[in-house]
Design a binder for this molecule. Structure first.
Ligand code: 5GP
Length: 193
């Protein structure tokens, strides 16, 4: 039976920080040109080689708040202390206009909001670390955290793990290649590829 294609679908990859969701998202985007990364707006500063309009739309807090006033966001959150992140409506339209499927790499609360707004059009995948201890080890080995920011991220992650049942599919990222393959298959099933 031919499946009816979903009009303007959305794929969300969400997870506690350090679960490997960015690696999985990069793998998918490199393999499937029909998918497009949904570039979020944020008020945090660029890190390393990050570029405006590629990794994020880097906005001042004033510019971000103005967009909130204009109702320009599908969802927005203060993900970390004083830093806003949000998905712009015009970003999703930009991608759909090119006949591509947006892939959102967003936090758990943002993911729940997007799902509520687009019933029947979202595939939400929750990438779960094998354990909180393993997550702590991964964050430590990344070497980008201070003891305080590590504790903040681990606490946030433990809390976010309790939301996994809100999502269409939970994929445990024990072995990255396996998690990538399982995610890929879930997307193919959803889009009828
Ligand atoms: P980072 O600062 O490490 O790039 O991102 C921090 C967290 O913010 C990650 O969990 C990332 O998925 C999340 N994030 C990125 N963009 C958005 C967004 O548009 N909305 C929400 N709610 N979270 C986002």
């Amino acid at each position: 039976m031919q499946m009816q294609a979903i009009s303007k679908p959305i794929i969300i990859i969400t997870a506690p920080s350090g679960s490997g969701k960015t690696s999985i998202t990069r793998y998918l985007l490199a393999k499937y040109p029909q998918l497009a990364f949904s570039i979020s707006a944020t008020t945090r500063s660029p890190r390393g080689l990050e570029q405006d309009g590629i990794d994020y739309y880097f906005l001042s807090a004033d510019a971000f708040r103005e967009k909130i006033q204009q109702d320009a966001f599908v969802e927005w959150e203060m993900v970390y202390e004083g830093k806003y992140y949000g998905t712009l409506k015009e970003e999703l339209n930009r991608i759909w206009d090119k006949e591509q499927v947006p892939v959102l790499d967003i936090d758990v609360k943002g993911a729940i909001h997007v799902q509520q707004q687009f019933p029947g059009r979202v595939l939400s995948i929750f990438i779960q670390p094998p354990s909180v201890d393993e997550l702590r080890r991964r964050l430590e080995s990344r070497g980008t955290e201070t003891p305080e920011s590590l504790a903040t991220r681990v606490n946030k992650a433990s809390y976010e793990l309790s939301f996994s049942h809100h999502f269409n599919q939970v994929i445990v990222n024990d072995v990255l290649e396996t998690a990538c393959a399982t995610t890929e298959q879930a997307i193919k099933n959803f889009l009828g590829w």
